[in-house]
Design a protein around this ligand. Structure first.
Ligand code: AMP
Length: 415
């Protein structure tokens, strides 16, 4: 199958070919014709499937084809993303694929000054890519007009709900024109997502490219049982012994990310941390240092890592397992992308054995376990709860999900 056969213009096909894509991914093959036909979309797709091009390409084509003659530019497409990183990545795709088109776009996200955003909005844009919190700030200050939006995209909708953005999303939906095209992308479909979709989508084309919650097949998975106190030592050893050049390491907390990056640096490894408490500039710098090889190990929390698009990432390490099994799938989706092989290694201490069982149950597979010589577990150590109960009850949407600490990241900082 070719991009031409999906109905894309020759100019867009050339841009895609320049990027080095020869065939559409399954999500692109399904989504592009549906979007070009003007249909709403409900797509189950994780990062790594090519979903960004799946909605960006037809969206650009529709906008260019229906561009109003003369008059001020109006915002005609709005893409909502959960994190600043994803926002910038989507923006990047729009600029790359749309470089030959007379369309203007801007990214709107928190953690940076609002003034440059106000001035770029004032100059007029056709496309906005935004995180919900900051977009709402603009709506409240009347610095953005969304009354002429024709296409709405919710990217990684499940993550936006997990991060507590549902109210913000509903407030944004309330100011959009009723008649519009809606594209909803989500890795998982919880009841909450289905409720949102039912209220928003009109007879959507339903697309599911990978079976729900199955790990990307090209990723080789492995776990090493190890005592908690020796995880850092084992990680440094694995990186050195395997001569791993680029490693993304997941931890559960922001504090843990900083601490581990510092310790790895003490072990002589070039390491940095990326999490929600870091300034946007620091996060962007850490990510680009990691991409260009200046930083060998990037330590990340789940929220900060969401949507990171790093080509050919060979190694992902779960230094600590996620407390929500679905997050494991998102994490290991950082490697083995677009058909390339990758290895996802989990360092599992006695406290995390139950979490590992939950993950295996979700994936319906057994992850091979390999004891590293010299790092055998001390059988006398008993399992302890990962989180000691403390403080008030979590808000309702987080009840029954012990991951509340990490998941609060986005809520506190209002991306
Ligand atoms: P995404 O799921 O949108 O985050 O895309 C994942 C990765 O796949 C990105 O690095 C894209 O550049 C790449 N990609 C997207 N479409 C294709 C394609 N048709 N062929 C090869 N790679 C692609």
């Amino acid at each position: 199958m070719s991009f031409e056969s999906l109905g894309l213009t020759a100019a867009l096909c050339r841009t895609v070919a320049d990027k080095g894509y020869t065939t559409p991914t399954p999500i692109q093959a399904a989504a592009i014709p549906a979007v070009l036909a003007g249909r709403d979309l409900m797509a189950a797709a994780q990062t790594g499937t090519g979903k960004t091009a799946g909605f960006t390409l037809p969206m650009l084509q529709m906008l260019a084809a229906n561009a109003p003659q003369g008059g001020r530019r109006a915002v005609r497409a709005l893409v909502l993303t959960p994190t600043r990183e994803l926002c910038l990545q989507v923006m990047d795709s729009i600029r790359t694929y749309g470089k030959q088109m007379p369309l203007k776009s801007t990214a709107i996200f928190g953690g940076v000054s609002i003034n440059p955003q106000i001035s770029s909005l004032r100059q007029g844009v056709d496309i906005i890519v935004a995180t919900p919190g900051r977009l709402l700030d603009h709506l409240n200050q009347r610095t953005v007009d969304l009354s002429r939006v024709e296409i709405l995209v919710l990217d990684e909708a499940d993550r936006m709900l997990d991060m507590g953005f549902i109210r913000d999303i509903r407030k944004v939906l309330a100011v959009l024109p009723r008649k519009r095209q809606n594209l909803l992308f989500s890795a998982t479909f919880s009841d909450e997502i289905r409720t949102l979709a039912n209220g928003m989508l009109d007879n959507p084309a339903s697309i599911e490219v990978a079976a729900r919650n199955t790990a990307v097949e090209t990723v080789q998975q492995l776990m090493h049982p190890v005592d908690k106190e020796r995880k850092r030592e084992l990680l440094s050893w694995l990186i050195g012994d395997g001569n791993w050049k680029q490693v993304l390491v997941f931890v559960r907390t922001k504090h843990g990310a900083d601490r581990l990056a510092k310790q790895l640096a003490q072990d002589g490894l070039r390491a940095d941390a990326i999490h929600g408490n870091k300034s946007q500039a620091a996060r962007t710098r850490a990510l680009s240092d990691f991409k260009n090889g200046k930083v060998r190990v990037l330590v990340a929390t789940d929220v900060a890592s969401r949507g990171l698009d790093i080509d050919m990432l060979p190694h992902v390490v779960n230094f600590e397992l996620p407390t929500v099994a679905e997050d494991y799938v998102h994490r290991i989706g950082r490697t083995g992308r677009a058909g390339r092989d990758g290895i996802a290694v989990s360092l599992v201490c006695v406290d995390e054995q139950k979490l590992m069982k939950d993950i295996e149950r979700l994936l319906k597979t057994r992850i091979p376990s390999e004891v590293v010589t010299g790092f055998e577990v001390d059988k006398s150590i008993r399992a302890e709860p990962l989180f000691k109960p403390r403080g008030p009850r979590p808000p309702r949407h987080q009840q029954g999900r012990p991951a509340s600490r990490n998941r609060n990241e986005g809520r506190k900082r209002r991306a």
